[in-house]
Design a protein around this ligand. Structure first.
Ligand SMILES: [Zn+2]
Length: 304
């Protein structure tokens, strides 16, 4: 991507990378980088920047990441083709967030950072939220949003000053905290934008989950677009260090079509194409199956 890389400290606890062990070495193939490399829920490419594991807070992170402007450009131009999977993911998230919603004093306003086609906002509307905003940098994702969601979505990265302080009951950031250079900045901004008693909720991968430990280097989480990977410990530390109270971390189940699970699986190309071809001729590919795929939902509340 560039040769003007600058080294960074751990973006959760600020420990220097000198004491960190290598988690995965750099595997880049510039010729294979496509518009889809920065899209959600794409086929895994098994490419990554070098990542190190912080001995202080357990975060895995790219210690010499691309610049922010390069990341922003890549996401703005990213392709988008996963509406069915986006809908499936949103169903899993609304189920997983239910205990947090149950603790909110009111359901007046919500913000989703990285809203994609805005499908999750539709679930929040059904859950009673009145004012909904989603920010999304990918023009293609927004173009795929149905007309009833367009008014909620703003084509931009998250900028704190676009929103009023102490104005939100819920801020969600799903499968996005891995992609930004400073996840702590988002968590601190969210704290300022929430009303007292409001909740900040993230969904991230958990690199320590069973499935990710089994797949190792072949896990879809080993990805060029991930600037850091969380675990229960590092997600908890991020929230607590930003002042959140009653921080909880839970694993949950995702339900996706068999067709999509097959795309994610680390199979040789011909085997995968053969399986997908059979599914294309039958209804089997559309069958939904639920698995714990190593995702965690983390929630914390702004102190009253
Ligand atoms: Zn750390």
């Amino acid at each position: 991507m560039t040769n003007t890389r600058v080294s960074r400290h751990c973006p959760v606890c600020d420990a220097p990378p000198t004491g960190a062990s290598t988690f995965v070495g750099e595997t880049l193939n510039e010729k294979r980088l496509t518009g889809f490399s920065f899209a959600s829920r794409k086929d895994p490419e098994y490419m990554s920047h070098r990542m190190v594991q912080c001995p202080a807070c357990d975060l895995v992170y790219v210690d010499t990441p691309p610049r922010q402007d390069e990341l922003a450009r890549a996401y703005h131009q990213a392709d988008y083709d996963s509406s069915e999977e986006a809908n499936d993911a949103a169903l899993a998230y609304i189920a997983a967030i239910a205990p947090t919603l149950g603790r909110l004093r009111q359901r007046s306003s919500a913000l989703e950072i990285g809203t994609g086609t805005g499908i999750f906002l539709e679930h929040l509307q059904r859950a009673g939220f009145k004012s909904l905003v989603g920010v999304e940098p990918s023009r293609a994702a927004i173009a795929a949003a149905p007309p009833n969601r367009r008014a909620w979505i703003r084509e931009t990265i998250f900028v704190e000053s676009d929103h009023a302080p102490d104005s939100l009951d819920l801020i969600c950031c799903f499968m996005t905290m891995e992609h930004v250079l400073d996840p702590g900045a988002i968590a601190r901004s969210a704290m300022r934008l929430l009303r007292p008693g409001g909740a900040f909720v993230t969904v991230t991968h958990d690199y320590r989950s069973l499935v990710n430990r089994i797949l190792g280097r072949r896990s879809p989480i080993i990805d060029i677009e991930h600037m850091q990977l969380f675990s229960s410990a590092s997600a908890t530390q991020l929230f607590r260090s930003c002042g959140y109270a009653d921080v909880s971390v839970q694993a949950f189940v995702n339900r996706y079509s068999l067709r999509y699970w097959t795309r994610l699986m680390p199979l040789p190309g011909p085997a995968k194409r053969g399986a997908l071809a059979i599914m294309g001729r039958t209804h089997i590919g559309g069958v939904k199956l639920g698995f714990n795929v190593g995702n965690i939902i983390t929630a914390g509340f702004k102190p009253e």
